[in-house]
Design a protein around this ligand. Sequence first.
Ligand code: SF4
Ligand code: SF4
Length: 215
Amino acid sequence: MIITQKKPIDEVMAMVGDAKRIGIVGCSSCATACATGGQKEVAELAAYLESQGKTVVVTAVAEYCCMNLGVRGTLKPFQDKQLDCVIGMSCGDGVQVVANNINVPVYPSNNTMFLGEAKKLGLFEEACHLCGNCVLGTTGGICPISRCAKSLVNGPCGGAKNGKCEVNPENDCAWILIYNRLKDTNQLEKLSVRREDKGYADVSYPRTINIRGKK
Ligand code: SF4
Ligand code: SF4
């Protein structure tokens, strides 16, 4: 899922500026799991804005802020409210979808951090850099792009100490994890597979995918 963190409230207020009539849109998916844009966080931000003399005219929590059609429906009650701005409490994608569907300034309340997994409540770990050419099949299901500090695709740099990464000793060396996983699953021969330099041609932005074959 997309991991987000709340921006400092002063930063949000600086964006809001002199705006008086405000709408807030949260997201029931990733931002709810991150406690950055669910019902509770929307209500908390609304209460704060009211305490600062703003009028929160309308709030909603979209099912998925990244889904255009759903967001369009969620924003219907926002359209005729003479809003000065809308605050999007989702990931950066969701904020852009909201901005595409309402003709007032839209401001993000969150910073979008990474694509990762929820290890347990409140603990998130980065897991994928969306590289466009997944190599997990040869690396024991452990991503060398996002889990290795140098994104090495053909083995370790040699700097690990006691299993920890030389760049950040708080992290396990991804390539030691990969070795151990391949060994445990009888796939050690995959260590000798030479992976092409990523090159990153597949991640020239912005990317578009249409499973029906048309843009
Ligand atoms: S190799 Fe890593 S960064 Fe690339 S798609 Fe797979 S998990 Fe994501
Ligand atoms: S120590 Fe391991 S995880 Fe850290 S940069 Fe080197 S190979 Fe990558």
